[in-house]
Design a protein around this ligand. Structure first.
Ligand code: PXL
Length: 281
């Protein structure tokens, strides 16, 4: 069987477990070859740290994609996450046009906000820029805050009503994605997870696991990476959402038990053997 190959376009935050330091190990563990385009190098992510270093690599993005294009490489998926500027979004769109084949899936995680607020450093019009990339996605994976910003919907804190979630899913799909997985969905204090929507059939699947209090950094990236790992291994969107929700909840549980600083990310590494077994590898 030919090995699946994905191009992951994210920053690399050296410490703190998010973006490439999450996507690369999870996809690799799932048997997927993962080529990376680092968009910036930071000492840590920006969520709660103040004096992090930042080296912008925007000018490398297109030359890397052009080189891969000259090599004639085929990609089963292109996976984008945290992007720092409107210019990076333009270049990612151009890179996607170079890298895509007839069957290349574009997964867009519009990582830019959480808890009703944009992440530090983003201008108010950034969601409008991110919308241009979201419109090209085959699979769009926002959290509720990002979904609201992309669709001009007022943000609300949960617990949510089904009607609110299902309206958001439809508005997100109307941007263009055939499949949408919305994270951070909860209807009561007991459970939390994701809603997976397939536009062609209208099917909505809720992938919920037990809810844990607290803001765990990097869980959006852990979830989206595991989701892509499962989809690329042939699981349906609903199955993939279940797998990703369970994997993320497992990593959060371990982190909670260990009591580490929430900015340091979640312990997804000890859960990788579980993921490999669950994927049947
Ligand atoms: O996963 C989100 C993320 C990625 N990269 C950087 C970040 C964040 C979230 O804060 O700061 C640099």
């Amino acid at each position: 069987m030919t090995q699946k190959r994905v191009a992951a376009i994210h920053d690399i935050s050296g410490f703190g477990k998010c973006s490439l330091t999450v996507a690369l190990p999870i996809l690799s563990a799932a048997g997927i070859e993962t080529a990376v385009i680092p968009t910036a190098v930071l000492s840590t992510h920006t969520g709660g740290f103040s004096d992090y270093t930042f080296c912008d690599l925007t000018d490398q993005l297109l030359p890397i994609a052009q080189h891969w294009h000259r090599l004639g490489l085929h990609f089963d998926g292109v996976y984008t996450g945290y992007l720092g500027s409107a210019r990076q979004i333009d270049l990612v769109l151009q890179a996607f046009d170079l890298l895509r084949g007839a069957d290349t899936m574009l997964l867009v995680d519009p990582a830019m906000a959480d808890g009703g607020r944009l992440y530090a450093g983003f201008a108010d019009d950034f969601p409008r820029q991110m919308r241009r990339l979201a419109q090209r996605a085959d699979l769009l994976v926002p959290n509720i805050t990002e979904a609201c910003l992309l669709t001009d919907t007022p943000y609300r804190d949960g617990p949510y009503r089904k009607e609110y979630i299902e309206t958001l899913l439809q508005k997100l799909a109307a941007l263009g994605a055939a499949q949408v997985v919305l994270t951070g969905v909860f209807f009561d204090r007991e459970q939390l997870g994701a809603a997976a929507y397939t536009a062609a059939t209208g099917e909505i699947h809720y992938a919920l696991t037990h809810r844990m209090d607290g803001f765990y950094h990097g869980t959006g990236d852990v979830f989206a990476s595991a989701l892509l790992a499962a989809v690329q291994n042939g699981f349906t969107l609903s199955e993939a959402a279940d797998i990703a929700a369970e994997f993320t909840a497992g990593a959060i549980s371990r982190t909670r038990a260990a009591g580490t600083d929430l900015r340091f990310g979640v312990q997804f590494e000890p859960e990788l053997p579980w993921l490999i077994r669950r994927l049947g590898l």
